[in-house]
Design a protein. Structure first.
Length: 247
């Protein structure tokens, strides 16, 4: 924060911009290290659940494994998108891939929370996880393919390989915002139902609810700052990058 707020007055704008660029580069390198650690821990969690027969037979765990897979792919693509921003063709490819997997994660998160809510009111289908998996991986693919063909010029950004311009707001930022609102509403409904039933402390659903809330909180806050950094000015870009690292 000292770097953000203190800039010697006798330095030229070019020197200041260069220093900000150097700081961003360092922070992005640190973020890559953090993302690699995240991927490692996601793999550990994934295989811990997968190798346990008791766990992997549960629909809720199958939904969680689908979400873990999407997150692992997303963070791998994030690393590629950081290093592809100086190569036009590669940046377009990683922008499209990032767009696709980001939408996959959003749908997988929604599917997980919907299941938690449904188990309190009805008996969900045993094949619900298959439905969520198909929708989460197929629907975003159709959306991105239909967009890439006529609007490939909107993929790529000088700060980060992602959809740019109006496409960024319509196809990424708005869905992200709607997802945050939907998850907040559904989690609030779940908590109200559990409180009314006085099951918040003794229900076996409580750990799943807390896990769902925590995942949604970390993902939404982290990527809110990550996406904000991609179109912020130098000073705010450093701040958003620091907050992205935090979450």
């Amino acid at each position: 924060f000292a770097l953000i707020t203190q800039t010697p007055s006798d330095e030229s704008p070019e020197s200041t911009t260069s220093k900000f660029s150097d700081v961003i580069t360092i922070l992005e390198s640190v973020s890559v290290a953090c993302v690699v650690l995240t991927i490692i821990f996601l793999f550990i969690v994934f295989f811990t659940h997968l190798l346990s027969w008791k766990l992997r037979t549960q629909v809720q765990v199958k939904l969680f494994l689908n979400l873990c897979t999407a997150l692992i792919v997303l963070y791998i693509i994030y690393i590629g998108a950081l290093y592809a921003q100086n190569h036009t063709t590669s940046c377009v490819v990683f922008s499209a891939l990032f767009h696709y997997v980001f939408l996959v994660v959003l749908i997988a998160l929604i599917g997980d929370v919907v299941y938690s809510l449904a188990t309190l009111t009805t008996i969900p289908s045993e094949n619900y996880h298959l439905f969520v998996a198909c929708i989460s991986w197929i629907l975003p693919a159709l959306i991105v393919v239909l967009i890439v063909a006529p609007l490939s010029s909107f993929y790529g950004n000088y700060q980060f390989c992602r959809p740019d311009g109006l496409l960024f707001y319509i196809s990424l930022l708005i869905p992200f915002g709607l997802m945050v609102i939907a998850i907040f509403i559904m989690n609030s409904i779940i908590i109200i139902i559990l409180l009314k039933q006085r099951l918040l402390t003794k229900s076996e659903r409580t750990p799943q609810l807390l896990r769902s809330i925590l995942l949604a909180l970390l993902f939404t806050l982290g990527w809110a700052f990550g996406l904000a950094k991609s179109f912020a000015t130098d000073t705010y870009a450093i701040l958003f990058e620091c907050l992205f690292l935090l979450f």
